[in-house]
Design a protein around this ligand. Sequence first.
Ligand SMILES: [Zn+2]
Length: 151
Amino acid sequence: VTDKVTPEERSRMMRAVRRTDTKPEVFVRHALHANGFRFRLHRADLPGKPDIVLPKFRMAIFIHGCFWHGHDCRRGKRPDTRKEFWNKKIDSNMERDRRACTALTEFGWSAVTIWTCELREKTEHLISDLRRRAIKQISSSPGTRHRRRRV
Ligand SMILES: [Zn+2]
């Protein structure tokens, strides 16, 4: 059966899978974009390869599925079957997340985790936090306007 799928069809299928997988990430990206914040995706040179990075604010954002990353919520509830398997898998994800956060903080970055169960409210919170920071950045560099006028 698989032989019948052309490379084009396969890549279209893979794209479709990818799209559904990253839906929460797309939600956050749209919110940032709509509010005029510039970001980059999946910076592999940063610890934990954050989903979204705002270089100007030295902020790394992780969008975590509650199940895979062991959130303490209803969606993060661990299965009753194959407990050992799931515990090992989820625990190692959590450990990796912790290490990434620590490493980012040591580099002077702030790490923000958005859980999919609180996607909307966390994203709203993030946007208002960024607005505050943006205002602070402008007001803390009063020379900018003066310099620009002289050029
Ligand atoms: Zn959750």
